[in-house]
Structure formats: structure tokens, C-alpha cells
Write a protein that binds this ligand. Structure first.
Ligand SMILES: [Ca+2]
Ligand SMILES: [Ca+2]
Length: 276
């Protein structure tokens, strides 16, 4: 089973404290495309006049937490150097869950559509460009899982004179994340009191998988987890550690402008006040 679950649970208390101290800034993303059974791109169904009929999801992301530095041999450009680790918390906060239904199209890869539940019952499935991959996070974290491609990006940005992110200077290597119900992080309307979406499948023979995160629930990754870092070798001064959920805007949400969180850090990183 997933050893991550136990580790993740231990982080909830620390996470709540960290989040309270940090600022969330509004993100920005281009318009999405894709519709059910229609090859031509369509507008975001969660943004039109009929959006009220749908229980659209809204993803958000907490600020980076539990930061620490790892020095790895090999040097920058060769997988080594100074790695700034952080945990992340992908939060589901809409009227309905974020749910993907994926079907295999080649070995270790599936294409995913998005299921959006309707007010009063039923569900509609919208075509997306999202994909799911059977990906190994290493033996220590349980091996391989069916995971979603690109739901989150970890980045380092330069700052403008008002300490807002100006330009991206580094991006972390992690691209595959499970969507699941790990912790219920907010009791809110339509939030189930129990897990609906369990741990991601570890069966390479699966033809289909369903992945999701329920309203009020989070998928959380501890800072020690596989590829949970950005290489900050050679960077000095104040920067923004930025988390962006759905950075390619492959998934339909009721709010596409709240997908970014920011934590200001001074590099080389040390714990405590950052004096930026
Ligand atoms: Ca959102
Ligand atoms: Ca989106």
C-alpha cells in the first residue's frame, strides 16, 4: 500500500499553521478548450450561462510548506546541486468534485475526460487533453501508480519592486500527481465526510481508472516525497516560491484565477524570517 498516506497524515497540523502565515495570490491562466463528444474546442462549461446547472470543481493550492534544502552531488544541469524541497496541498473547493475518467490508449498511458456532476443528479463528461501515466515514484514510496500529468507546477520566480512574482527562473521536475481524497481539509457545503476517491491504482494492467478529489478534500504531498523540489543552485537574493495548480489549464473549473500560491524566500535558503 501507499506509504505516503501515513506520512501525509502527520503533516496536517503543521500545514494548517504554515498556511495561516502565508499569502495566497491570484493566478492567471489562458482559456481552456474541449467538450463532450465534440472534436472542435468549446468554451469552459463552468464559465458559460449554463454553468449554474453544473456542480463545477474549483482547484486551489496551498502555499509551499516544510521547506528544506538538500545538497546533491552532480551539480546543476546533472540532476544535482542545491534542491529546495517543499510540500504541497492541492485543494478541491468547488461545488462538485474534480473527477477524471481515463481510458488506456497505449502502454502506461491513458487519456482522461472530466466528469462534472449536474445539479439535481446525473453527470456530464467533457473531453480534455489531460493524460494519466503509470509512473514510478521509487521503491521507498510504494513503486508505480496511475497518476495525472501536469496538475501542479513548482516554480521559482523573480520579484518585482512590490514583491510580486515577475518572471519564472526555475521549474521543478515533478509532473505526475495522484488526484485522491487524502485529508478533509475544509468542512464545506457538498463535502463528503468520507473518502470517495481512494489511493491511485497500482495495477499496470488497468484499462480504465477514475481519479478525483472531493469537495473540501486535499491531495497532499510531503516535502520529502519524490521530486518534491526545485533546483535553486546559484540563485541568491529574494524570490517567490510559486505553486500553480492546473498550469496548462487542461481541466475545467468554476474559477481559473485562483490557481496560484506564493511564498517569499531568500536564497540560499535558511529557516526563519526571510528578510525580503
Ligand atoms: Ca481554481
Ligand atoms: Ca483549469
Amino acid at each position: 500500500m501507499d506509504s505516503l498516506a501515513a506520512v501525509k497524515r502527520g503533516h496536517s497540523a503543521a500545514l494548517a499553521t504554515a498556511c495561516a502565515a502565508l499569502a495566497l495570490l491570484a493566478g492567471h491562466a489562458p482559456a481552456a478548450s474541449g467538450a463532450a463528444a465534440a472534436p472542435a474546442p468549446a468554451a469552459n462549461p463552468c464559465d458559460g450561462s449554463r454553468a449554474r446547472e453544473l456542480l463545477c470543481p474549483d482547484l486551489r493550492v496551498g502555499p509551499p510548506f516544510d521547506l528544506y534544502v538538500e545538497r546533491r552531488g552532480g551539480g546543476y544541469g546533472y540532476g544535482g546541486g542545491v534542491l529546495l524541497h517543499a510540500g504541497n496541498d492541492i485543494r478541491s473547493r468547488g461545488r462538485g468534485p474534480m473527477e477524471l475518467r481515463a481510458r488506456r490508449y497505449k502502454r502506461h498511458w491513458m487519456r482522461a475526460n472530466q466528469a462534472i456532476y449536474k445539479v439535481g443528479g446525473g453527470v456530464r463528461v467533457f473531453r480534455t487533453e489531460a493524460r494519466v501515466h503509470f509512473f514510478s515514484v521509487g521503491y521507498g514510496w510504494g513503486g508505480s501508480y496511475w497518476k495525472v500529468e501536469d496538475p501542479l507546477s513548482m516554480e521559482i520566480w523573480s520579484l518585482d519592486e512590490r514583491r510580486r512574482p515577475l518572471e519564472r527562473v526555475r521549474k521543478g521536475p515533478k509532473v505526475f500527481y495522484c488526484f485522491r481524497d487524502l485529508e478533509r481539509t475544509r468542512a464545506m457545503r457538498r463535502s463528503p465526510g468520507h473518502r470517495v476517491y481512494p489511493a491511485c491504482s497500482q495495477d499496470p494492467g488497468r484499462k480504465r481508472v477514475r481519479l478525483g478529489t472531493s469537495v473540501g478534500w486535499s491531495d497532499i504531498y510531503p516535502a520529502e516525497y519524490d521530486r518534491q523540489w526545485v533546483n535553486v543552485s546559484g540563485l541568491r537574493g529574494c524570490f517567490a516560491f510559486v505553486m500553480r495548480v492546473d498550469p496548462r489549464n487542461l481541466l475545467f473549473e468554476s474559477n481559473e484565477r485562483n490557481n496560484r500560491s506564493v511564498r517569499i524566500v531568500r536564497l540560499p535558503y535558511r529557516d526563519g524570517p526571510q528578510r525580503c
